[in-house]
Ligand binder design. Structure first.
Ligand SMILES: Nc1ncnc2c1ncn2[C@@H]1O[C@H](COP(=O)(O)OP(=O)(O)O)[C@@H](O)[C@H]1O
Ligand SMILES: [Mg+2]
Length: 230
């Protein structure tokens, strides 16, 4: 691991899925470096490989071939436990469908990454409460997710993604299920937070969101067809 290593990098990464209809080539030979402090939008049509790419960057999936490195560590060399620990420390993930635990309260959802990290209960609660304040939901800690609006649920998910202070935020169409007002609010939280030193990679099909990112990576048919920095 070196100080200059990109936060995340993919080298010659391919991923196929076996389906009834045959082999689907979701990604074909992707090379990508995510550098510290950058805001990157991943764009491309439906089925172009955006979610697959983000899942690999987030170590939620392993490549069929090629390598994924996180801060210079090749993830295929780690066992499941070491990979989970690295992911917990480095990566915060926000999904289009929120993926909150319905049987847990808002604050319990937010403190989950700290629980897995072994942080003591009082400290967990303190930091979860601070993350909820940061997304404007300080008063809703004891509710359950289904008692919140979609926009509020996504802000809980964002609080969960940032509570452990990971350097890399990954978001897969985080505003896809939100109305315009809530989308703007969530986006501001993600981008402001990333402006505070965090690195953001956001999958979006919204050109307006993409334009707000300094770097835009375009996928087509599982290949990177454009990578521009303005
Ligand atoms: N679990 C899966 N099983 C089979 N095929 C999949 C699976 N996940 C994705 N795919 C296929 O891989 C391709 C890329 O999918 P995805 O990464 O989800 O694209 P995007 O997020 O850009 O819409 C698509 O053709 C999709 O149908
Ligand atoms: Mg997708």
């Amino acid at each position: 691991m070196s100080a200059e290593a990109p936060l995340a990098s993919l080298r010659a990464v391919s991923r196929t899925y076996a389906t009834d209809g045959g082999i689907v080539h979701a990604l074909r030979g992707i090379d990508l470096d995510i550098r510290r402090g950058e805001h990157t939008a991943i764009v491309g049509g439906s089925g172009s490989g955006k979610t697959t790419l983000l899942s690999l960057l987030g170590c939620l999936d392993r490549p069929g071939s090629g390598t994924v490195s996180i801060r210079g560590v090749v993830t295929s060399q780690l066992d499941d436990e070491a990979l989970a620990a690295l992911r917990n420390e480095v990566i915060g993930f926000v999904f289009q469908q929120f993926h909150l635990i319905r049987s847990a309260t808002v604050v319990q959802n937010v403190e989950l990454p700290l629980y897995y990290r072994g942080v003591a209960r009082v400290e967990r609660r303190r930091r979860a409460a601070a993350a909820l304040e940061a997304v404007g939901l300080g008063g809703l800690a004891q509710r359950f997710p289904q008692q919140l609006s979609g926009g509020q649920q996504q802000r809980v998910a964002i609080a969960r993604a940032i509570v452990g202070d990971p350097p890399l935020l990954l978001a897969d169409e985080p505003t896809g299920n939100l109305d315009a007002e809530n989308a703007a609010l969530c986006l501001r939280t993600l981008m402001d937070d990333a402006a505070g030193g965090r690195t953001l990679v956001i999958v979006t099909h919204d050109p307006g969101i993409a334009r707000r990112c300094r770097r835009i990576v375009t996928l087509r048919g599982g290949e990177c067809v454009d990578d521009r920095l303005d």
